[in-house]
Design a protein around this ligand. Structure first.
Ligand SMILES: NC(=O)C1=CN([C@@H]2O[C@H](COP(=O)(O)OP(=O)(O)OC[C@H]3O[C@@H](n4cnc5c(N)ncnc54)[C@H](O)[C@@H]3O)[C@@H](O)[C@H]2O)C=CC1
Ligand SMILES: CC(=O)C(=O)O
Ligand SMILES: [Mg+2]
Length: 624
C-alpha cells in the first residue's frame, strides 16, 4: 500500500469542504453512505502516468486545482468538463460505431482509459448497453478475441506456466494494492480482493470452447457485479484458466493468443484447478470465487469439491435461482401451484440441471415434497432424447435423479424419428407439460407445432427459452405468444423487445438471466464474509427476487424486474442473502452481523447501499 508522509488533496467540485479530514490513516476511515464518494484516493502518479491509469483517470474531468497539483496542465485541452458532459460525448461516439462488435470494442477501450466514465455510461444506458457488453455482444467478442486484441485485461493463468502461478497471482494482488483506494478499510494487503470470477472457457454462453478468449466472459461478468451490485471493480479479479482448447478453428488461427494444445483433462486438469483455488484461498482469503462457463462434467465436480469454501457456479446455481424466481412469479400469475407443475427441460447440461435442482429444492422447501416426489415432476430431454433409466452409464451424475423409468414411456405414442429415443415432441404430447424450459443452444427448437401442442393442454403455458446468445434462443417470444393466442408466460435468457399483443397492449418479456441475481448473491456473501454460499442463502435470494416481480401486481407485466433496475433489486436480494448467512451461522463480518441483528447505526438496506461503489469521480490525494 502507498503510505505518504506528506500529502495534498485537490478539492474538486465533488469533494465536501472538509475533505482534508479524510487524510487520517486508512484503518480508521469509516466509509459510510454520506461520505464514501468524497474519501480521497491516494496516488503518487502525475502527468501522463495519471492520465494513463484508468482507475484514476478523469480526463477532461480533472478540475483546475487537480491539474495544478498533478501536473496535468499541458496534457489536457483547457476546458474542464463534468462527468455528465464527458458521458454525453462518449455515448455519442459509441452510437457512431456501426456494429455490436465495434460497440463492444469501444466500450472495452473506454474501460481501459477511464473506469468511472465507462461505468457512468453503462449505468446511464444499462438496458441498451448490456446487450453490447454482455449477451449477445459478449459472444461475438469472445469468439473474435485474438483478432480484436488490443491490450490484456484481467488475469491469465496458463497450464504451461503453472509453476509460476503463485507469483502471477501475487502480482495481481500487488497491483490491486498499488491503487490504495481498494484497501480503505484494512491495513492487510490480502484483503484487497473481494471476488474472483474464473472461467476455463470450455462452455462459453452457448458457443462452446473459446480458449483464452474466455477472459472476456470473466471481464463482462465482473463488470456486471459493479453495475448490478456496486462491487468495487478494483477489488474484482477476472481470470481465465488457459487449459488449451479443443476448438479446431482457434487451433488453426495463426493469430490465436492462447496455449495451442488440446485441452488438458483428468488428473492434470484437477491438479491445475486445485493449485489455482488453493493459491486464491491463501492470497485472497476473503474473496468469494465465481465459476463461469466450465464444461458440464467439470462444473458439477468442482462445485461439489469446493462446496465448503465461499464459491458458487453461476451457470448451475445462478441460473437455477433466476429460473425458479421467474417460475414462482409465473405460477402466481397463472393461479396454479408449484407442486402441480409438469416441467420439461430441453438441454440437460449445466444450466438445465441447475434449474432442475433449484426448482426441486423449491418443491421440497416451499411445497413440502420429498426429494423423490419432487424429482418426478421433471422430464429432461438432451441430444439422445428423453433421459431414461436405461441410458445408465451414458447419464451424467447430475442427470441421474431425473431419468424416467423406461416403463413409463413404453406405451407412449411416438411421432418423431426412429425408436431409438423419445424426442421433444413426443414428450410434450405425452407429458402435457405446464412448463417448458430451453437450455439446449438449439436455435428455434421450439417449433410452431410444438408450442401449439403444448398450448392445447394448458391454459397458461410457461415457456422459458433461456439459451444465449439471442441467435440460439429456442423460440422468439413473439412467436410463442402468437402461437398460444397470447396465453403463454414467456421469459428469455437474452434481451428481446416487448411483444405487441394488439389492442394497444404490450407484453414485456422478462430477461431471465443469472445476471439478475448473481451480483446480489455475491454482494451478500462478500458483505457477510460468508464461510460458504449455502443452498439456503440461494433460496433466500430466490424468494426475495420473486417477491419483486412486477407480474405480482400486474399480470401483464414482466415476470421479473427489469435488468435495468438490477442495482435496486440487488439491495433487496443481497439483504436477504446477508440475513440468511447470519441465520445459518455462516457470516463472519462483525459489522454486517451487527447490522443484521439491528445493532448497527444503519438499517441493513442502507448499510448495503453505503458499501456500494458508485461511478463518480472521487477526490485524489497526492502522496510523495
Ligand atoms: N439465461 C441464463 O441465465 C443462462 C443461459 N444459459 C444458456 O443455456 C445454454 C446451455 O448452457 P450450458 O448448460 O452451460 O451448456 P451445456 O453444454 O452444459 O448444456 C447444453 C446441453 O444441451 C444439450 N444439447 C445440445 N444440442 C441439443 C439438441 N439439439 N437437442 C437436445 N439437447 C441438446 C447438450 O448435449 C448439453 O447437455 C447456453 O445457450 C447458455 O447460454 C446458460 C447459463 C445461464
Ligand atoms: C448467462 C450465462 O451465464 C450463460 O449464458 O452462460
Ligand atoms: Mg455462463
Amino acid at each position: 500500500m502507498i503510505r505518504g508522509s506528506s500529502s495534498r488533496i485537490a478539492r474538486t467540485r465533488v469533494g465536501p469542504s472538509n475533505s482534508r479530514t479524510a487524510t487520517r490513516g486508512m484503518a480508521d476511515r469509516p466509509i459510510i453512505a454520506a461520505n464514501k464518494n468524497f474519501v480521497p484516493i491516494r496516488t503518487n502518479l502525475r502527468g501522463s502516468a495519471l492520465l494513463n491509469t484508468p482507475r484514476l483517470n478523469k480526463g477532461a474531468g480533472f478540475s483546475r486545482e487537480e491539474r495544478q497539483i498533478f501536473g496535468l496542465e499541458g496534457f489536457l485541452p483547457y476546458d474542464v468538463h463534468s462527468l455528465e458532459k464527458q458521458a454525453l460525448r462518449a455515448y455519442n461516439q459509441l452510437l457512431k460505431q456501426p456494429s455490436v462488435i465495434l460497440k463492444h470494442a469501444f466500450l472495452a477501450s473506454l474501460r481501459d482509459q477511464n473506469q468511472v466514465l465507462f461505468y457512468k455510461i453503462m449505468q446511464d444506458h444499462l438496458k441498451e448497453l448490456l446487450g453490447v457488453l454482455y449477451t449477445p455482444g459478449a459472444a461475438e467478442a469472445v469468439a473474435n478475441y485474438s483478432n480484436l486484441f488490443r491490450r490484456p485485461v484481467g488475469c491469465y493463468i496458463s497450464f504451461p506456466n503453472q509453476d509460476g502461478m503463485r507469483a502471477q497471482l501475487e502480482g495481481h494482488l500487488l497491483d490491486v494494492n498499488r491503487t490504495a483506494d481498494v484497501a480503505y478499510d484494512s491495513n492487510n494487503p490480502h484483503d484487497a480482493i473481494d471476488l474472483v470470477v474464473v472461467t476455463d472457457a470450455e462452455a462459453i454462453l452457448g458457443i462452446g470452447d473459446q480458449g483464452v478468449g474466455g477472459i472476456t466472459i470473466s471481464t463482462s461478468k465482473a463488470a456486471l457485479y459493479t453495475l448490478g451490485a456496486g462491487i468495487n471493480p478494483n477489488r474484482i479479479l477476472p481470470v481465465v484458466l488457459d487449459c488449451g482448447t479443443d476448438n479446431h478453428a482457434l487451433f488453426s488461427d495463426s493469430l490465436y493468443m492462447g496455449w495451442k494444445r488440446t485441452r488438458i483433462r483428468g488428473k492434470n486438469y484437477d491438479q491445475f484447478v486445485d493449485r489455482f483455488i488453493q493459491n486464491c484461498r491463501e492470497l485472497y482469503p476473503n474473496a468469494i470465487i465465481h465459476f463461469e462457463d466450465f464444461g458440464m462434467a467439470n462444473a458439477y465436480r468442482l462445485m461439489e469439491k469446493y462446496k465448503d469454501i465461499p464459491m458458487f457456479n453461476d451457470d448451475i446455481q445462478g441460473t437455477g435461482a433466476v429460473a425458479l424466481a421467474a417460475l414462482i412469479a409465473a405460477i402466481k400469475v397463472s393461479g396454479a401451484r408449484l407442486a402441480d407443475q409438469r416441467i420439461v427441460i430441453y438441454g440437460a447440461g449445466s444450466a438445465g440441471m441447475g434449474i432442475a435442482d433449484q426448482i426441486k429444492d423449491g418443491l421440497m422447501i416451499l411445497e413440502g415434497l420429498s426429494e423423490e416426489e419432487a424429482s418426478r415432476r421433471f422430464w429432461c430431454v438432451d441430444r439422445n432424447g428423453l433421459l431414461v433409466e436405461s441410458m445408465g452409464n451414458n447419464l451424467r451424475h447430475a442427470q441421474l435423479p431425473y431419468a424416467r423409468p423406461d416403463a413409463e414411456v413404453e406405451d407412449w405414442a411416438k411421432s418423431e424419428g426412429d425408436n431409438d429415443g423419445v424426442w421433444l415432441m413426443d414428450v410434450v404430447k405425452n407429458v402435457k407439460p405446464t412448463v417448458l424450459i430451453g437450455t439446449s443452444t438449439h436455435s428455434r427448437a421450439f417449433s410452431e407445432d410444438l408450442i401449439r401442442e403444448m398450448g392445447k393442454h394448458v391454459e397458461r403455458p410457461i415457456i422459458f427459452p433461456m439459451s444465449n446468445p439471442t441467435a440460439l434462443c429456442e423460440v422468439d417470444p413473439a412467436d410463442a405468444l402468437h402461437w398460444t393466442e397470447n396465453r403463454a408466460l414467456v421469459a428469455t435468457g437474452s434481451p428481446f423487445p416487448p411483444v405487441e399483443l394488439g389492442g394497444g397492449k404490450q407484453y414485456t418479456v422478462a430477461q431471465t438471466n443469472n445476471a439478475l441475481i448473481y451480483p446480489a448473491l455475491g454482494l451478500g456473501a462478500i458483505l457477510a464474509r460468508s464461510r460458504t454460499i449455502s443452498n439456503s442463502m440461494l433460496m433466500a435470494g430466490v424468494n426475495s427476487l420473486a417477491s419483486l416481480s412486477p407480474a405480482l401486481t400486474n399480470p401483464e407485466a414482466s415476470l421479473l424486474p427489469d435488468l435495468a433496475d438490477v442495482r435496486n433489486v440487488s439491495v433487496e436480494v443481497a439483504a436477504a442473502v446477508c440475513r440468511q448467512a447470519v441465520a445459518d451461522g455462516n457470516a463472519q463480518d462483525e459489522n454486517t452481523i451487527k447490522v443484521v441483528q439491528g445493532k448497527g447505526s444503519l438499517p441493513l438496506e442502507e448499510y448495503i447501499r453505503s458499501r456500494m461503489w458508485d461511478a463518480v469521480y472521487r477526490p485524489l490525494e497526492l502522496v510523495d
